[in-house]
Design a protein around this ligand. Sequence first.
Ligand SMILES: [Ca+2]
Ligand SMILES: [Ca+2]
Length: 232
Amino acid sequence: MKKGLVITLTSILTLTLMTSIAIVSVVRLAGGVSSAKLYVEPSSICEALSLGQRFFINITVIDIINMYSYDIKLGYDAEVLNVVGVAAMFPEENLPTPNFDVDNVIGLVWINVTYDGEPVTTDVPLTLGIIEFKVQGYGETLLNLYDTKIVDSEGDLITHDVEGGFFNNALEGDINNDGIVDIFDLVIAAAAFGSYPGHPRWNPIADINNDGLIDIFDLVIIGVNFGKSLPL
Ligand SMILES: [Ca+2]
Ligand SMILES: [Ca+2]
């Protein structure tokens, strides 16, 4: 009888312990779920911007809980864009320690900020960084957010979605990306006429409509845009 009681007590204790572990696990799991999102705005810049023109993008976070520091890398094609300015943003009550780095050779801007004040919780968009770009060439490039780390006041990583941006100032038909649709584009397309991937004369830039064949339809695109140029 006594032995049975001890076994029962042990079982109850074990069960209680297991239940507690289970509850703690659920709570921890719930605490780790985050709907935070880091994104570039505007997400798409497709304008006839010419060489030397400048524009800004924001790196913004939304639905963030207990953010204490962030580390963001943004990649871009340095032949199309160069970074000429970076600003880290922060709520006034916080005194951050920002670090920046810009590499216009490989196309990388890095921002690292640690708050000295209170961590930030907000469900409205909060701009973390403003980047000023200068147009360096004609073409398209991703504004690619990668290796992003957002850390809470406990030192834990905050999971978040990431959405980069896209820039394109290429003129349709300007296959050599020099800002004008002219005879040089036509010559390039003509040299690759009739080719397809694997063909010795294949030149992917001349396949303007991306159908895997350089034919009259690509030449027509150059034809209808012939003479167009980007504003100087
Ligand atoms: Ca051209
Ligand atoms: Ca084609």
